[in-house]
Design a protein around this ligand. Structure first.
Ligand SMILES: NC(=O)c1ccc[n+]([C@@H]2O[C@H](COP(=O)([O-])OP(=O)(O)OC[C@H]3O[C@@H](n4cnc5c(N)ncnc54)[C@H](O)[C@@H]3O)[C@@H](O)[C@H]2O)c1
Length: 382
């Protein structure tokens, strides 16, 4: 399949995730960068595009100019897909406009800031018939896909308990006050949305639970707050979960856990077995059953599910990680674009509905924090 032509919004000089998207898009030649509006500053937007070797007439000063200018180009030249890697408050408007202009969309998470914007994108995407992928990239790991297949096949029995955590330590101080770019917008509710740690990384934690177990949250109890003085958004969140069907879970999302880098960890306990996976050691999946013995499955082992095998590129023992998992999302989305069908299950990419569910969950967790606490006198016996 030829690479899909795309234009990027965000991801300019000094930006973080845009560069990862660009590498992931070309890892399998799924997509090729032909245009961009890379920054909120028009000068920087153009300079960033030139840095990447784009011709000057495809380096646009704003995303609005890019959508209009690209739509006016001949059909076999213009972008087919728009990739959105801006801070969260600049997701909804360009995604909606891109769909309405007839382009496919890949957008980073969280999909939008508000529930209304998220629902609007679901409607707009459906009406457009265009492909919409949301980069919940952790679902691209081979061993996460293996875990999903094992839950689906009943290998651990009906799920009873799910523990998921995403712990980081980089916001343990008020980094935002130093002007650090990524910290500044992430701690500003007008640009991040209502969720801080919950939106930034809790969104991934919630999504991986849904992806691997298929469980749907029926109720929850959350404790959302900030440890760093003056911070207007949560930097530490805990959620007790109940799922339809009776399973229970715990979700932790924190950015003040000193010593943790990208500690996304999932543990799933079924009636007769369990699965454990950790993002910082992503090529292993630990499996325990009542009958034993405990086993560790490795990426590219013989006998893994088709879904896991298809997500691996290298012989076992050559580490595959974040970039490759991200590239798997691009591979799936590009295949859907070639097929002209927005079908996340068939082509293995997270879709706009997954993105909208994530936004609703983040906002509900933040809005309903700390309901139902019981006072307890811990010094009564002393
Ligand atoms: N999936 C993941 O693992 C992952 C990881 C990191 C970030 N993200 C998400 O990616 C997005 C970007 O995060 P980041 O850390 O790269 O942020 P960043 O601050 O490093 O980069 C944001 C970029 O967007 C540009 N931008 C802002 N407003 C713009 C506008 N109006 N037009 C064009 N460009 C504009 C900025 O100039 C900058 O280049 C966020 O939604 C974040 O949640 C996802």
């Amino acid at each position: 399949m030829r690479p899909i032509r795309y234009g990027m919004i965000g991801g300019g000089r000094d930006a973080f995730i845009g560069a990862v998207h660009r590498i992931a898009a070309r890892l399998d030649d799924s997509m090729t960068l032909v245009a961009g509006a890379f920054s909120s500053s028009p000068e920087k937007a153009i300079a960033s595009g030139l840095d990447l070797g784009l011709p000057e007439h495809r380096c646009w000063p704003t995303w609005e100019a890019m959508l209009e200018g690209e739509a006016a180009l001949p059909e076999d030249e213009r972008v087919e897909c728009v990739v959105i890697v801006t801070p969260n408050h600049v997701h909804h408007a360009p995604a909606k406009a891109a769909l309405e202009a007839g382009f496919h969309v890949v957008c980073d998470k969280p999909l939008t800031c508000t529930d209304e914007q998220a629902a609007d994108l679901v409607d707009t995407a459906r009406q457009s018939g265009k492909v919409f992928a949301v980069t919940y990239n952790y679902t691209g790991y081979p061993m996460v896909r293996q875990a999903r297949e094992m839950v689906r096949s009943g290998a651990i029995g009906p799920v009873r308990k799910v523990l998921v955590e995403y712990l980081q330590g980089w916001l343990a101080t008020s980094l935002e006050e130093t002007g650090q770019k990524q910290a500044s917008w992430r701690t500003d509710p007008s640009r991040a949305g209502a969720g801080g740690a919950m939106g930034d990384i809790g969104s991934h934690a919630a999504n991986i639970v849904s992806f691997v177990t298929g469980l749907r949250v029926s109720s929850f109890c959350s404790d959302v707050g900030a440890f760093v003085e003056g911070r207007e958004i949560d930097d530490d969140t805990a959620v007790l979960l109940r799922f339809e069907g009776g399973a229970k879970g715990v979700l932790l999302a924190s950015q003040v856990c000193v010593g943790h880098r990208n500690g996304l960890r999932l543990r799933v306990y079924g009636e007769h077995g369990s699965l454990r996976w950790a993002q910082e050691h992503p090529n292993q999946l630990h499996v325990c059953t009542l009958d034993g013995p405990d086993t560790t499955l490795h990426t590219a082992d013989e006998g893994l599910s088709d879904a896991a095998a298809a997500a691996a590129r290298l012989p076992g023992g050559h580490p595959e990680a974040f970039i490759e998992a991200f590239a798997n999302i691009y591979r799936g989305a590009a295949a859907a674009m070639h097929a002209g069908r927005d079908d996340p299950d068939a082509f293995a990419y997270p879709g706009v509905v997954d993105g909208a569910e994530g936004v609703r969950f983040i906002n509900a967790v933040v809005a309903n924090s700390a309901a139902g606490w019981t006072e307890f006198d811990s010094s009564a016996q002393r």
